[in-house]
Write a protein that binds this ligand. Sequence first.
Ligand SMILES: Cc1ncc(COP(=O)(O)O)c(C=O)c1O
Length: 403
Amino acid sequence: MLTFQTPLDLVRVLRPETPIACVRPDRVGAAASWFQNNFPGDVLYAVKANPSEWALDAMYEAGMRWFDVASLNEIELIANRFDDAILAYLHPIKSRHAIERAYFEFGVRIFALDCEEELQKILEATNHAKDLTLVIRMAVSNDGSTMPLTGKFGCFGNEAVSLLQATRAHADELGVSFHVGSQCMDPHTYRVAMDTVSATILQAAVTVDIVDVGGGFPALYPGMNPPELQAYVDVIEQVFEEMPVLFNADLWCEPGRALVADSTSIVAKVEMVRDGKVYLNDGAYGNLFDAAHCKWPFPMEVHRPSGKISFHKKPFLIYGPTCDSLDVLDGTFDLPADIAEGDYVEFGMMGAYGTAMSTRFNGFGETTAYRVRDSISQTMFDTESAAERSYENNIIFFPRKEA
Ligand SMILES: Cc1ncc(COP(=O)(O)O)c(C=O)c1O
């Protein structure tokens, strides 16, 4: 992969016509190492956050061997890339065909479920295998998270109790899992979730071999100042000790966002500036899905391949390239007043759910990745104190405003 010192160098040399992912594999390596060194259990990378080959390779080089996969394609991707990967198929609702191929063709033994129908499906599709690790996904409070993931998956109450009991009878190993919601800003949310799980285990009176605390660990988006990741790990470790599970039960986590968010920025070309509107070649149906839908701030910087750019700022709307009027970023953005066709806008913190979410709608969506050393994204991992983890002084950041 070609390497550039800065995104500005990149646009000066390449003048790219399609969106660019400026990637920093060392950031992924640092994050993966941190989790593996500090989390008191097994760390599974949630592949959905960023399945790019360079990111997977950086994970693997940092020692990551466990992968949370959500589909047959993710299973194939990881199994074909890494011989010794351990795959956990943690989507609670899967097709029979996918379960069968996962079990018989790819050696997957770990499956999630949140209802009796899925239990039957897994048992039938694996020919009533005796070596299954079955992980019950429970619904828990998402109160501390910036992006709640409630409603779709997870069982609770009596339903969870009877599912735990029914599943125990068929599982070689029984696990419980949950998701506190993405970008969780409060470690206490994990305690609340683990307490809910503990109460359910006690009611079900089953032995539990695995507690999987899911994803949700935060990254450092502008304007958000989550506690240090160590605070999350400390809470989880402490509560795990108190849980009514086997004394040698395993503890897992499945981070996605926290492992990759700060690794990538997206550089999009300005195709037109007209009446306070900037039209880019990337947008809500492309790599900027999160930027368009999350409604939280991202660091941005404008690069001009030749000549100087104005210090004076003006508010602009930002549109993506497709013909859909939903292809717009929320709010207005203070961009250089003289921004023009041929400039490039860089969006930082796009490593999680960025390129992974890009579609081919309207024939757009082609993205090339280059390695870039410089970064506008701040990281949770290699700074000494929270005070240093700031976007002040070192980047141009245009906070989002209401339109
Ligand atoms: C089952 C499961 N595990 C892990 C993750 C990763 O979550 P996050 O990116 O918030 O860490 C997700 C995200 O949707 C998920 O559904």
